[in-house]
Design a protein around this ligand. Structure first.
Ligand code: SF4
Length: 454
């Protein structure tokens, strides 16, 4: 199972209302992007108010601490964090420097982090964590002493950063959002009345009854302050955009739109293409909740095979615990999902999932479906085989851990005990409307910015 590292939010209410509750509801919607820690920082022009900590949104925020977050500007964050790495950078990160306060939230990974951090350390900078957001904040603080405004400082910093970043930044009286020139990670601007919002996914706008205004374009910085909303495009169009294609396959919620494209529709179309590329003869098609469901529906539409809810998800299992050793992963699959014997028994089943990483989860899923009485299980995967890691912040493991690097498709089929196995071919993404402006490096090894695989 792959995890995305973060979700970010920002809010600015020109009418002066407190924004904390909107940020809280927005973060709830973005919870799937990170379950390890979360936080909100607000600003009433007099002081900053902070609530943050380890845990889920409904664990960190309470009816007692949420009302303490005053102010018409604020930022919020949910973080997943790398497995096995130091993870002490609970965001938002707040800092005070010669120009006042600065608060930052970030989704992504800076690929030249080591080099930039060493440069700062050689000039006396002190770090409290390994968080890339903290390093970016240090760089903005240094740049701010040499520029006339926070937005100039952010742009000067962004020009030095390599990799993927969608950042929301709050200075004493401004809210800003910036997206790397490739636009790897999504980031959108929404509006409700006189309040503006930034969010990693547009689904966060729906719950707070805001309308999507636009996406923050790859390379764009948008500033909101007393003068209104200002767009800066000095970095726009410098490189060909390369948005993460895996957002459509797995990371994003189906009710989100990324760069104007419905994630739900993309998944249905991918499901249709999956059938065309890897047809199976079966009685029913079932999807692995949650992301596999809409691929399965598309597969069913195209094939005419009945779509059935064959796996029940226990929504109350915290994703925080679904990681660690293979044994924990095995147990986690059965705690998290159960097969509906009544739907599956005696049937030949097409089982659709978003991806195969190590192969362990697929093997456990197939065992679950066979134990529920399936005659045969034809595994279909709604993405091409993972053969490269991701340097841009998605925790796809090192190449040597990937099933498709270690084994042929037939060897994987045997190892997961599937009756047949079929993947989505790369070319099918284009037929599903995902062509030209996407990063697909974890499938192809073609890193848009020339980064190297681990
Ligand atoms: S390498 Fe894969 S997961 Fe990483 S940004 Fe590119 S498409 Fe997304």
């Amino acid at each position: 199972m792959i995890h995305e590292e973060c979700g970010v939010m920002g809010a600015y209410d020109f009418d002066g209302g407190d924004v904390a509750l909107d940020l809280y509801h927005g973060l709830y919607t973005l919870q799937h992007r990170g379950q390890e820690s979360c936080g909100i920082v607000t600003n009433d022009y007099v002081k900053l108010y902070t609530v943050k900590g380890k845990g889920l949104v409904n664990e960190v925020f309470t009816k007692y601490n949420l009302p303490t977050l005053k102010g018409k500007i604020g930022v919020g964050h949910v973080l997943y964090g790398y497995t096995g790495e130091e993870n002490d950078g609970v965001q938002p990160i707040v800092s005070r420097y010669c120009k006042g306060s600065m608060t930052i939230c970030m989704n992504g990974t800076i690929t030249n982090y080591d080099e930039l951090r060493s440069e700062l350390e050689s000039r006396g900078a002190i770090f409290q964590s390994s968080s890339h957001a903290e390093m970016v904040m240090n760089m903005v603080a240094v740049a701010r002493t040499q520029t006339h405004s926070a937005e100039e400082a952010m742009l000067a910093t962004a020009a030095k950063l390599k990799g993927a970043f969608s950042i929301v930044l709050m200075s004493p009286k401004k809210l800003m959002a910036v997206r790397d020139p490739y636009g790897f990670k999504p980031l959108s601007l929404g509006k409700r009345g006189n309040a503006y919002f930034f969010a990693s996914e547009t689904a966060a706008f729906d719950v707070i009854r805001a309308q999507t205004v636009c996406d923050v374009r790859p390379g764009e910085l948008i500033k909101i302050d007393d003068n209104g909303v200002t767009h800066f495009d000095s970095m726009v169009g410098k490189v060909k955009p390369a948005q993460c294609i895996f957002e459509y396959v797995y990371f994003a919620r189906p009710d989100s739109y990324i760069d104007g494209k419905s994630v739900y529709k993309a998944r249905i179309d991918i499901g249709r293409e999956l059938y065309k590329a890897a047809p199976a003869q079966a009685d029913i098609v079932i999807g692995v909740p949650s992301s596999g469901l809409h691929f399965a529906l598309g597969y069913s539409y195209e094939s005419g095979i009945s779509y059935v809810d064959g796996l029940m998800k226990n929504s109350y299992v915290g994703r925080t615990f679904i990681k660690g050793t293979d044994e924990i992963r095995r147990e986690a699959v059965s705690i998290k999902l159960n097969a509906l014997r009544g739907a599956i028994e005696g049937k030949s089943v097409v089982l659709v999932d978003d991806s195969i990483v190590r192969g362990t989860t697929s093997a456990n899923l197939i065992r679950l479906v066979k134990d529920a009485g399936a005659k045969a299980v034809h595994m279909r995967i709604a993405s091409p085989p993972f053969v490269y890691s991701c340097p841009y912040g998605s925790d796809i493991p090192e190449r040597k851990a990937l099933a498709a690097v270690r084994m042929s498709v037939e060897e994987i089929r045997k190892s997961i005990d599937a009756d047949s196995l079929g993947y989505l071919p790369m070319s099918a993404f284009a037929r599903a409307g995902l062509a030209d402006r996407y990063c697909d490096a974890c499938f192809t090894g073609k890193y848009p910015d020339g980064a190297e695989s681990r």
